[in-house]
Ligand binder design. Structure first.
Ligand code: ASP
Length: 586
């Protein structure tokens, strides 16, 4: 067997005159009669091979080559003729004149061409994912992903974190999503759950005295999928004992700086920090996109003093009126209708606006009724000039903020407010510990039930649960959450109080997390950690719009692997062994 001496991405005119053996895939073949040119491709790049009819043997075989054949070529490296260099290729100055050619394997015609930019439907590409992954752009994504993993491991190792694996067949963990279940063959009617995250295990490792743990780990959540979600996804999962938030933030920031340097992106540290309240009030989001300076404002006070109108009634009844100034925006009726529909689809009652122009002022009727003084005051507070617009919405605080936050982003998209090449990473702090679930009619954890409340707020747990802050933090990049974590509860009495607040009876808490509550009683160090969404980080750095482009074998939006055909039915025998029977739904 011949030995490969170089990759297809490394030869330059420095190598001219040398011999080489290359192996790879036929990317393209151009037949010029006497001369046949083949672009030979491997994961490192492309090298042009020339098969000359005057060189015995090889030319005839070269004529039979087709795209995606795998071949080995030996030949001499020579500088290409005057004006024939290809500046787009690293190897563009040279070519290899073949004197031997071996076809290592033939290939059927592929269902789509192997090229970086493709118009082939994603379904077809996913069916033949192994071919899709040959596309140079995707290969670059995985090179980047590998380098990010390596950087993560280096940073963790440097700071004394141990990489420890935790079980995949486990007990249901409470991250709040639906579990994937695995039936037990040995105990019919019992199920393992695939971990939504290793949350309890990493905390147990702290109780075990491991002090610093990390894992690049697969997590499973059976949720409805969106572009940046997959049923299985990867987290960089981290936990440490005796932590201070500052120490943990320092380590994560160092890791992020190193990871982003891989793509030449500089992240200035220390990262800015913003509280949850400020993020909501200014940006209408708990993952604020701070790349453009359009800020939400509170106009409630103005409307309390307005002429009698709906907005005044709402403000007086304790509802809120929030809005923002959209600079340089003067929309027609049609666009305003579109925007109104946009927020209505998300649950808004409506959208109000004021449009001051050189020709005069117009506004939505709900605002007009508030009278000219109120309108003037709004424009003044918003800093709006002729040719700008102010958008307003009234209602309950949290939904209004969320809706105006979404509208702010929608306008940024329409108006190109977000400058290219900006990377705004920041911490969001002081989240509320709990939120009220109308559906379940109880308080639920915003992060997960092991998050520690802020010490000073402990007294409010029973009296005003909604006001208790959590020692939780999220890492946000350009308006996307890329990580989140918290300082944990390390005392069993506090943990029991939280479960109580969440509406678990003691028996329920014992049944679900008894092993963990017991573990807490054997000497638990204060501990805390974080999990970073690796797929999203790679996706953003690779400049991709979907995490499927950075996961080797992803599933479709319907959670299907169209290549292998999973999920799929199983045999009667398998079901029998598992003690399962499929109920036919008609
Ligand atoms: N386990 C949490 C999550 O997956 C992260 C953490 O609290 O460390 O969201």
């Amino acid at each position: 067997m011949m030995k490969r001496t170089h990759t297809c991405g490394e030869l330059t005119n420095v190598n001219a005159g040398q011999s080489t053996t290359l192996m790879g895939w036929v990317d393209t073949r151009r037949d010029h009669g006497q001369l046949v040119f083949v672009d030979l491709r491997d994961r490192e790049g492309i090298t042009q091979i020339v098969f000359d009819a005057t060189i015995g043997g090889v030319h005839d075989i070269a004529k039979t080559l087709r795209s995606e054949f795998v071949v080995a070529v030996t030949g001499k490296i020579r500088v290409r003729g005057e004006g024939l260099a290809n500046p787009n290729l690293k190897t563009g100055e040279i070519e290899v004149v073949a004197d031997s050619l071996t076809v290592l394997s033939e290939a059927k015609t592929t269902p789509f061409p192997i090229e970086s930019d493709t118009t082939t439907s994603e379904d077809l590409r996913l069916k033949y994912r192994y071919l899709d992954l040959r596309r140079p752009k995707l290969q670059e994504n995985f090179r980047l992903r590998h380098k990010i993993n390596t950087t993560v491991r280096n940073t963790m190792d440097k700071h004394g974190f141990w990489e420890v694996e935790t079980p995949i067949l486990t007990k249901s963990t409470p991250e709040g999503a639906r579990d994937y279940l695995v039936p037990s063959r040995l105990a019919h009617g019992n199920f393992y759950a695939l971990p939504q995250s290793p949350q309890l295990f990493k905390q147990l490792l702290m109780i075990s005295g491991f002090e610093k743990y990390y894992q690049i780990v697969r997590c499973f959540r059976d949720e409805d999928l969106r572009a940046d979600r997959q049923p299985e996804f990867t987290q960089v999962d981290i936990e440490m004992s005796f932590p201070s938030q500052e120490e943990l933030f320092g380590i994560i920031e160092e890791m992020m700086v190193d990871v982003f340097t891989l793509k030449g992106v500089q992240i200035p540290t220390p990262l800015p920090r913003i509280t949850f309240d400020e993020a909501m009030n200014k940006y209408g989001s708990d993952k604020p996109d701070t790349r453009f300076d359009v800020f939400l404002q509170d106009f409630s006070e103005i409307f309390k003093k307005a002429d009698a109108c709906v907005f005044r009634e709402m403000a007086e009844a304790g509802q809120t009126i929030r809005g923002f100034m959209a600079p340089g925006v003067s929309y027609s009726r049609k666009v305003l209708d579109d925007l109104t529909n946009y927020v209505k689809q998300m649950g808004a009652a409506g959208l109000a606006w004021i449009k001051p122009t050189d020709e005069g002022m117009s506004s939505a009727p709900v605002v007009k009724n508030a009278g000219p003084a109120a309108i003037d005051a709004v424009l003044k507070q918003a800093g709006a000039k002729n040719g700008d617009m102010v958008f307003l919405m009234a209602g309950d605080r949290e939904p209004v903020l969320n809706l105006m936050g979404a509208l702010r982003l929608e306008l940024a998209r329409r108006e190109n407010w977000i400058p290219a090449g900006k990377w705004n990473m920041l911490w969001v702090l002081d989240f509320p510990l709990l939120e009220f679930s109308a559906e379940e009619n109880r308080w639920v954890s915003r992060h997960h039930p092991f998050t520690s409340p802020v010490e000073a707020d402990m007294g409010l747990l029973e009296t005003n649960p909604g006001a208790v802050r959590a020692q939780a933090y999220d890492l946000v990049l350009n308006g996307t959450e890329i990580g989140g974590g918290s300082i944990r509860i390390h005392r069993s009495d506090v943990q029991a109080r939280i479960f109580k607040t969440l509406g678990f009876t003691e028996a329920e808490a014992r049944d679900k997390f008894g092993f963990f509550l017991e573990a807490l009683e054997y000497g638990t160090p204060p501990h805390g950690g974080i999990a970073l969404g690796l797929d999203r980080i790679v996706m953003i750095l690779a400049g991709q719009a979907s995490i499927r482009d950075v996961i080797a074998f992803p599933k479709t939006a319907r959670a299907v692997d169209v290549m292998s055909g999973s999920p799929s039915g199983v045999s009667e025998q398998q079901l029998k062994e598992l003690g399962l029977q499929i109920r036919k739904t008609t």
